[in-house]
Design a protein around this ligand. Structure first.
Ligand code: FAD
Length: 364
């Protein structure tokens, strides 16, 4: 009999671990969404509705042997997972891959694709009717969204308000920030650094409803619509007492070097949910998945798990399909053409269509 591996969460890390172990274990992937959401391209799908159908990929082709259970894990302990429906999945190994949430449109809270798509289409219509857009936060999400809006609606004014002294907090070089700022200027995106609103606009984010908001230093900003571009939250609120001690500040899960939950033999944590010394990216989620799948495979065969090697951070930051900048520790700063090749044009979609065997399913 094959051991059972329960993978909790079918995002970037979860689908990768599940697919890699399908030939050696009975894999059960627990995921409440009815389709995989390629959030890396969510901002593009807001600006260009031709992308909306593309970012939702069916799970059906992922596991030739295993199964995908569409439900939320409500309680996970070291022996298995209890679903919101009450069903219990006993497991020999558990992989916690429940990732993170982010305000709309960067990540989508809706579990039904039709509702998520409707929301994206509605926000696109609201943006089309808007002349001035306010974005709160000049991290990667805020800047990528600013670039997407400018590419789709060049006449629309885009104002980005950032409380910090610089764009893109994190371990990026000054050269990278300078190149991004040069392109933001060229696109006519207005950047207000060291500035924050005294209070968030009273209108709903993503809804066209003209407003004027005051900054803490007394300036007035008028816009038709705004989006919150900060506030990632980690999804780890479902752990039973035996696992909950691993939850650290912000909800991320403390892991050993081989990505097992601290104090646990057969429970692993990967992706944005895991407190690994790297940045929360899909690329790193895949790297965690590779290590974890190899470790579980080794343990099933009677071997021992190996340590994960965190990768130095890199980023591809498109500002629309044809602009943007990237940083790679080995190559340094890459400009607009390279960024369009890495992410901006194809939005890394093909790799996920391949992984999910979604080619030819109408997902494109
Ligand atoms: C706009 C945007 C652009 C980005 N661009 C890039 C990029 O270009 N390159 C890059 O490398 N990274 C990028 N990222 C970061 C990347 O999306 C995240 O790092 C990635 O989503 C993390 O993957 P994950 O598998 O850990 O979690 P997630 O992708 O968050 O997936 C977690 C899954 O777990 C499910 N889940 C949650 N709770 C439960 C529960 N209780 N039970 C069962 N399932 C549950 C969720 O429904 C979800 O499907 C981007 C992020 C955003 C928002």
């Amino acid at each position: 009999m094959s051991p059972t591996v329960a993978v909790v969460g079918g995002g970037y890390a979860g689908i990768s671990v599940a697919a890699q172990l399908d030939d050696v274990a009975d894999v059960v992937l627990v995921e409440p969404r009815d389709a995989f959401v390629h959030s890396v391209a969510s901002l593009r799908s807001l600006a260009d509705p031709a992308w909306i159908d593309r970012i939702f990929l069916p799970y059906e082709g992922l596991l030739p042997r295993g199964r995908v259970v569409h439900d939320r894990a409500s309680r996970v302990d070291h022996r298995g997972t209890t679903l919101a429906s009450g069903e219990r999945i006993a497991a020999d190994y558990t992989v916690l891959a429940t990732g993170s949430g982010y305000p709309f449109p960067a990540k989508l809270a809706e579990h039904e694709s039709t509702r998520a798509k409707d929301r994206l289409r509605a926000a696109h219509r609201e943006l089309t009717a808007s002349d001035r857009v306010l974005l709160l936060g000049a991290g990667a999400v805020g800047l990528e969204l600013a670039g997407e809006i400018k590419a789709a609606w060049p006449q629309t004014a885009v104002i980005v308000v950032e409380p910090g002294p610089e764009i893109l907090s994190g371990a990026f070089t000054a050269e990278f920030r300078t190149e991004v700022r040069r392109q933001l200027d060229a696109l006519g995106i207005e950047l207000l650094l060291d500035s924050s609103l005294a209070a968030e606009p009273a209108t709903e984010p993503g809804t066209r409803a003209p407003f004027t908001a005051a900054t803490r230093d007394g300036a007035q900003i008028s816009a038709d619509i705004w989006f919150r571009c900060y506030g990632a939250t980690v999804n780890t609120d479902y752990l039973a007492e035996d696992l909950a001690a691993a939850r650290g500040p912000g909800g991320r899960l403390a892991v050993t070097p081989d990505l097992r939950l601290v104090g646990q033999e057969r429970v692993f944590a990967v992706g944005d949910a895991a407190a690994v010394d790297d940045s929360p990216t899909a690329a790193n989620a895949h790297a965690h998945a590779d290590t974890t799948a190899a470790n579980i495979r080794a343990m099933i065969g009677g071997g021992r798990p190996s340590a994960h090697t965190p990768r130095p951070g890199g980023i591809a930051l498109p500002l629309g399909p044809d602009a943007g900048a990237s940083y790679r520790p080995d190559l340094g700063v890459l400009g607009a053409d390279a960024t369009a090749d890495i992410k901006g044009r194809g939005m890394m979609l093909d790799a996920y269509r391949d992984l999910l065997n979604a080619v030819g399913t109408g997902a494109r």
